[in-house]
Design a protein around this ligand. Structure first.
Ligand SMILES: [Zn+2]
Length: 104
């Protein structure tokens, strides 16, 4: 059986990852804001605005303690996915399903 000490270490490990992801999101938010100010074409502007909204929504979910759980099914999104795309709010299964629904 895992000891309380192990649980605390595990918790602290996850908290540290969460802080790394928050820093990553804040970096990307700053970059997206700068790009958005410079975007001249309307198409590029819309894409960047959507990207910025996704990043801000992810940061808000960190603040509310919901970050990392899939918005659709509640499963935890793998850390490898989050470090690649920290704004992602769906697990890989749901992301695939949504892509299929959109294609249908
Ligand atoms: Zn899901």
């Amino acid at each position: 059986m895992a000891s309380l000490h192990t649980f605390i270490q595990d918790y602290e490990w996850h908290l540290a990852r969460l802080e790394e992801l928050r820093a990553l999101l804040e970096e990307r938010r700053a970059a997206a804001r700068t790009e958005l100010e410079r975007a001249a074409r309307p198409g590029a502007h819309d894409r960047l605005a959507a990207q910025l909204a996704a990043i801000e929504s992810a940061i808000e979910r960190i603040d509310r303690g919901l970050y990392g759980a899939c918005r659709r099914c509640g499963t935890f999104i793998p850390l490898t996915v989050l470090f690649q795309a920290p704004h992602e709010q769906r697990c890989p299964d749901c992301a695939r399903l949504t892509a299929k629904e959109m294609a249908a």
